[in-house]
Design a protein around this ligand. Structure first.
Ligand code: NAD
Length: 321
């Protein structure tokens, strides 16, 4: 069995590797070569923690396994991140455990890769301004991965507590891009691509604030009840997702579906666009919206890539198990 501890994961997962792994697994999912198993997520009645599993199998890459972990709100006070996760990979031929990989950094990279894949396939080629709503832990990862998909010339950002925007300002500087803190009206008026990455339970951005032709990647809504954009914006957009079942139940689409503003059949899996079996953006004027709910197969795909890179580098820890 191979172990890649959390502290080593960043050395073995580049943005390019994560992008390719996520793009491939989205394509496998849409081709029904890969499937996610039902998600388990439970309040354990201790430390206010939410604990669960996300698992799946990809026949084309033979990635089989699970990500186990959840959310411990008291961790920050202990100097730990609130989200904690570990990925376990199994041999698809024998069921024997193959690898254990730290899942915290990996979660941020794979989530950023998902919105980056959506931008690569759905944003206008002439997109020049990137808008980010939210400045939490994930946001800088989102910015860096997105910035590589189009020749952006500027990043604008909004956060509920503006002082936190320094995180985005630093990430933009690292990518060689000017950054401006703006209000939501200005963000929508300037942006060609918008990523929302918050823990909001009420709409932040409305359809009136978003320009025709914008690509919106909604990445924060991964639970029943969460919401980042107005259901009217979802209804006005051509809608794509990582996984149909999750989009309608725990994703941004849940609200527009409930309100009768969006038909389930109108949601396209991004993998189908990657495979060429569905159309992506169809005009420069339409708004495209990616509902990135986060699937276990993304974690497995990127963890597989980490194990491969660590093994190639001769840095994998091997134990008899
Ligand atoms: P974080 O706790 O570090 O940051 C939370 C962010 O949400 C902050 O910017 C905060 O200001 C903002 N926020 C919270 N409540 C808000 C409200 N009511 N209105 C406006 N802004 C609000 O969290 P993070 O690690 O950056 O993750 C952000 C979100 O992304 C979380 O909800 C997390 O569950 C989700 N997430 C989704 C995926 C996926 O695959 N889709 C993966 C990882 C995380």
């Amino acid at each position: 069995m191979i172990i890649v501890p959390e502290k080593d994961v960043a050395r073995f997962v580049g943005r390019e590797d994560a992008f390719r792994a996520v793009e491939q697994v989205f394509a496998s999912m849409a081709a029904r070569e890969a499937g996610n198993f039902p998600v388990i997520r439970e309040a354990i009645g201790h430390a206010e923690a939410l604990y669960g599993f996300k698992s799946g199998f990809d026949k084309s890459s033979l990635a089989l396994g699970l990500k186990s972990g959840g959310y411990w709100p008291g961790n920050e006070a202990r100097g730990l991140t609130n989200h904690q996760s570990t990925v376990f990979l199994f041999d698809a031929d024998t069921g024997r455990v193959k690898a254990v990989v730290g899942g915290n950094y990996l979660t941020a990279v794979r989530t950023a890769a998902a919105s980056a894949v959506s931008i690569a396939h759905l944003a206008r080629e002439d997109a020049r301004v990137l808008g980010i709503v939210g400045a939490g832990h994930q946001s800088a990862f989102q910015l860096r991965a997105a910035a590589e998909q189009r020749p952006f010339e500027k990043v604008v950002g909004w956060n509920r507590s503006p002082e936190r925007l320094v995180r985005l300002a630093e990430a933009a500087e690292e990518m060689g891009l000017p950054f401006e803190a703006v209000d939501l009206d200005a963000l929508g008026a300037q942006s060609d691509v918008i990523i929302t990455i918050t823990s909001s339970y009420a709409p932040i951005l409305s359809d009136a604030q978003v320009r025709p032709g914008t690509h919106v990647a909604c990445m924060g809504t991964d639970t029943k009840g969460k919401q980042e954009v107005d259901a009217g914006l979802v209804a006005a957009a051509r809608v794509f997702t990582d996984e149909h079942a999750q989009a309608v139940s725990i994703g941004e689409c849940q609200h527009a579906i409930r309100d009768g503003l969006l038909q389930e059949m109108a949601i396209t899996e991004l993998g189908a666009v990657i495979n060429g079996t569905a159309k992506g953006r169809q005009s420069a004027e339409e708004i495209t919206l990616f509902d990135g709910t986060g699937v276990g197969l993304q974690d497995l795909a990127v963890a597989n890539s980490v194990v491969l890179r660590a093994s190639e580098a001769g840095s994998a820890i091997e134990v008899e198990f």
